[in-house]
Design a protein around this ligand. Structure first.
Ligand SMILES: NC(=O)c1ccc[n+]([C@@H]2O[C@H](COP(=O)([O-])OP(=O)(O)OC[C@H]3O[C@@H](n4cnc5c(N)ncnc54)[C@H](O)[C@@H]3O)[C@@H](O)[C@H]2O)c1
Ligand SMILES: [Zn+2]
Length: 279
């Protein structure tokens, strides 16, 4: 198993000890230690969704709003399955470790994620301290959309035939126009995503940042990929303003000059940091 170097761990701890606030910035790799798939490469995706191999559909094709027009039962088969999976997933211990590190800082923690799985909230982070850059599967919107409103998917039940990855039975509808509803997730080539909820979260994040000296901010980035680099861009933008970056990733851990790379899985890296800090 990849292990962070002692020197990198010490530099990370020094930064955490003198920080006033912690941005926990996460991509798909953060969920891997909670046993969630990261969809890396077509093989990884097809391992998670075998029926889509037969259809020759990879993640970038499946995560496209066109399926809600073309084949709504297939679209909801994919998203309905993920909705159920993320509902029952228990976040790994690394989430709690990061929260414990931030609890010692005057401004605490803000989670900024490209994940749509709601795992930060499940791990106990307040809704007001999470920004979901690509939306959330736990919120729905109209496919048209006829309104900029989004609503909770809490009571939504979509039965999925896992052998075909197709939804069976009725699909979620828009309460305003009666049309088909879809997850409030930014998909590939998505001109119909309602961004309002993420815009509010982004504004809350900007306000939180304003209360912190940028040189006393630590960005703890875990499992952010390079293909869709939303999270990496955020981390590196904050570094340019003076923040310290700790990048935890078993494969893609290279960092800009002066920043800290921990070559490790998310849970392992976060645990190693917390233990060294005596948390
Ligand atoms: N759970 C989810 O919500 C989910 C799951 C898959 C993809 N997505 C979305 O798909 C898009 C692509 O995501 P991405 O660029 O983050 O994914 P990616 O698959 O391109 O990258 C995942 C990254 O995680 C790293 N990684 C793998 N295992 C890890 C572990 N155990 N600990 C830490 N890091 C690990 C990999 O080295 C890689 O750098 C994003 O919008 C993402 O939010 C979301
Ligand atoms: Zn509608």
């Amino acid at each position: 198993m990849a292990s962070p170097s002692d020197d990198a761990l010490q530099r990370a701890c020094d930064a955490l000890l003198s920080a006033d606030g912690l941005v926990l910035a996460t991509g798909a790799g953060m969920g891997v230690d909670s046993d969630l798939p990261d969809f890396r490469g077509s093989e990884g995706f097809w391992r998670a969704y075998p029926p889509l191999r037969a259809l020759g559909l990879v993640f970038e094709q499946m995560a496209n709003p066109l399926w809600f027009d073309r084949d709504p039962h297939l679209a909801w088969g994919f998203y309905g399955h993920r909705l159920q999976l993320y509902r029952v997933t228990v976040p790994h211990a690394g989430f709690e470790r990061a929260a414990a590190m931030a609890a010692r800082m005057p401004q605490g923690l803000f989670a900024y994620t490209s994940n749509v799985d709601g795992q930060h909230q499940r791990a106990g982070t307040s809704e007001r301290r999470v920004c979901e850059a690509h939306g959330s599967i736990h919120q729905l919107q109209c496919t048209a959309p006829c309104t900029d409103e989004t609503w909770t998917a809490e009571d939504v039940v979509v039965e999925v035939d896992v052998a075909t990855c197709r939804a069976v039975g009725p699909l979620p509808r828009c309460p305003h126009c009666g049309g088909l509803a879809r997850p409030n997730i930014l998909m590939f080539g998505d001109g119909r995503w309602v961004s309002d909820r993420t815009d509010w979260q982004d504004a809350a994040f900007a306000e939180w940042l304003e209360g912190i000296d940028p040189t006393r901010l630590v960005v703890l980035e875990c499992g952010a990929g390079m293909a869709v680099a939303t999270i990496r861009h955020l981390s590196e933008r904050l570094v340019r303003r003076g923040a310290t970056l700790i990048r935890i990733n078993p494969r893609d851990a290279a960092v800009p000059a002066g920043q800290v790379a921990l070559v490790a899985r998310a849970q392992h890296g976060l645990t190693a940091l917390a233990e060294r800090l005596g948390i």
